[in-house]
Design a protein around this ligand. Sequence first.
Ligand SMILES: CC(C)(CNC(=O)c1ccc(Oc2ccccc2)cc1)c1ccc2c(N)nc(N)nc2n1
Length: 332
Amino acid sequence: MASFEMSFDEAKERVEELVSLLDQYSHEYYVLDQPSIPDEDYDKLYKELSELEELYPTLIQNNSPTQRVGGALLEGFEKVPHDSPMLSLDNAFSEEELIAFDHRVSQLVSGPYTYHCELKIDGLAVSLKYEEGRLVQAVTRGDGTVGENVTANVRTIKSIPLKLKELLTLEARGEIYMPKSSFIKLNEKREEQGEAVFANPRNAAAGTLRNLDPQVTASRNLNVFLYSLNASSKISVSTQDEALNLLDKVGLRTNPERQVFSSISDVLAFVEEYQEKRATLPYEIDGIVIKVNELDNQQKAGFTVKAPRWAIAFKFPAEEAKTVIRDIEWSV
Ligand SMILES: CC(C)(CNC(=O)c1ccc(Oc2ccccc2)cc1)c1ccc2c(N)nc(N)nc2n1
């Protein structure tokens, strides 16, 4: 039905239906990577929503997909203290160090314990706060205690929902990154325009997230993987694996290359497997994060001043420097 024939109430109902439909289609496309409709159908619904919002501006919802890219240039980034510090990870560089980590853990926890292994994405850490299901704030890690408010820029990242599938109040933390393919295209464009190229995808993601123009951020195809959930007591999970499955359930994007193991030797095999697979992944990783899976065991193991005793990052050696030999034009 064309929008001008609608009454206000019909328009209100249709706007709510369109926002909910477009949210679901965005989730399928950007989070699950399994679109259920062709792009042109999405675009048609988006256009109908934009027209209705133009006709009835009071119907514009904050979580409408049309509201992702704010118009205004940012003056700067406000400093924001984290509710709880964004901790760092101790590093390991050899299998022996992982075995020593396992030995320490076995002394700290009681009873059986398992490990949750996750990829360490080479991006920048961010905290996303949702209140009753709505994204209210996004803050960079900063120095771990105080970060920068990057909400306006994070709202432009299409894989980050403006409204969760359940109206929960929670904080999710994870890594914002730029896929390798987007990094290559961006540098080609910058080179053509005589601009300085970014050294690596991590720098490109950081530079993009800290750009004062949300339109620029929106154009750079950033993405996210969330790996931790600080939830109000309402949410009960007892392992890291359950926590990430809950993030999936509410519509937040997590990395699928994760596994639970009950022995450090299986963890070592996982580490070797991904050292091999690393070059084939569509995003850069700089290691594997190994965490004690059970939250009660995490609590027993506790923390040092700066890092949990129940987690460690196995760091891969820096990827072989990509030397690009330019076509040398020999003058004859
Ligand atoms: C482990 C943590 C430091 C996040 N922090 C937490 O998950 C966390 C969880 C409960 C905490 O407090 C507890 C509350 C209740 C019970 C036990 C602990 C504190 C921190 C971390 C840091 C960097 C990471 C990274 N680059 N990649 C991945 N894949 N994972 C990462 N994980």
